[in-house]
Design a protein around this ligand. Structure first.
Ligand code: 2X7
Ligand code: FE2
Length: 295
């Protein structure tokens, strides 16, 4: 049977959300924090679980590659992921399983698009925190194999437009590989929206009296993007994205959302916004595109 993408999620990865949740894998412990986003993830998780996916695919800006689009090509990875900026919030023991067959198929399809691909075969490779956090927040049970795709640096090295074009091709390559696999796949775009952030931290990081969006302009941009998502206007969303990247230093510039929307053939149905909130000033939303819920 032909495989399909059963859902796509904008799945931001601030380490604060895992810190606020206190899972056994994370060494630092908190009192609470960032509930609006953590509860948004709880709601989204339930929907994703109901879809019974065979595989979760994640595109992360914190696995940045200069030459080509890389995929993980080893079945098991185990290690400690430490956030370089927030080591006091995120030191997470991970143990994950990769769907290597699907990774290899994606790599093959990437080259058919005229892009470069590379398979990461180093078993000691340290998985980036963006990948781990989005996966944890969507599936804390870690009982579904994963595929992890790097974010090629083209939007930064060349231009927003060249980057977008490459991510659109990457999305189509991913879609064809999923179809050939016969699997039910969920895509995770591991990105915040607006990304200006504070250069200081509260004495108690989870002190929510200190948390707010960095500035109003950035907030207005986030709202504009979320309105388009809620209205089912992914095509218009893609069209304004390059301006959003520049105006709000948006993290989606790294390509995850473009990749996902392209793989889902630019959905024209409304997305479900589970929640929006700021983390150290950045704008973050948990947003689900669920084709079955829209039939
Ligand atoms: O990587 C991140 C992020 N994207 C947003 C907020 C805080 C920390 O890390
Ligand atoms: Fe990030």
């Amino acid at each position: 049977m032909k495989g399909k993408i059963v859902a796509g999620v904008l799945a931001p990865h601030p380490p604060h959300l895992v810190y606020g949740e206190n899972p056994p894998q994370n060494e630092p412990k908190s009192e609470c924090g960032w509930e609006n986003l953590r509860w948004a993830y709880e709601r989204c998780r339930k929907n994703i679980k109901k879809l019974k996916p065979d595989v979760l695919l994640v595109h992360s800006p914190h696995w940045m590659t200069v030459v080509g689009h890389h995929v993980l090509g080893v079945e098991k990875f185990k290690g400690l992921s430490v956030d370089p900026i927030f080591p006091h919030l995120f030191r997470y023991a991970y143990d994950l399983t990769v769907d290597v067959n699907l990774s290899l198929k994606i790599a093959e399809e990437i080259t058919k698009e005229g892009l470069l691909s590379k398979v990461m075969k180093n078993p000691d490779f340290r998985i980036d925190y963006g990948t781990i956090i989005s996966l944890h927040l969507i599936n804390p049970d870690w009982d579904i194999p994963i595929v992890s795709i790097s974010s090629n640096n083209s939007p930064y090295y060349f231009s927003n437009e060249v980057g977008q074009e490459q991510m659109m091709k990457l999305g189509q390559a991913t879609k064809r590989a999923i179809e050939a696999s016969g699997k039910r796949a969920v895509l995770l775009a591991s990105n915040s929206l607006s990304h200006r952030h504070f250069t200081w931290e509260a004495d108690i990081p989870e002190d929510m009296s200190k948390e707010h969006i960095y500035n109003h302009g950035q907030y207005l941009w986030d709202m504009k993007m979320l309105d388009l998502m809620k209205a089912g206007k992914a095509k218009e969303l893609l069209a304004v994205m390059p301006e959003f990247f520049d105006m709000a230093l948006a993290e989606i510039k790294a390509g995850a959302l473009t990749w996902m929307l392209s793989a889902m053939d630019v959905p024209d149905y409304p997305a479900i916004v589970h929640g929006y909130g700021s983390v150290i000033g950045t704008g973050n939303a948990v947003v689900e595109w669920n084709p079955e819920a829209n039939q």
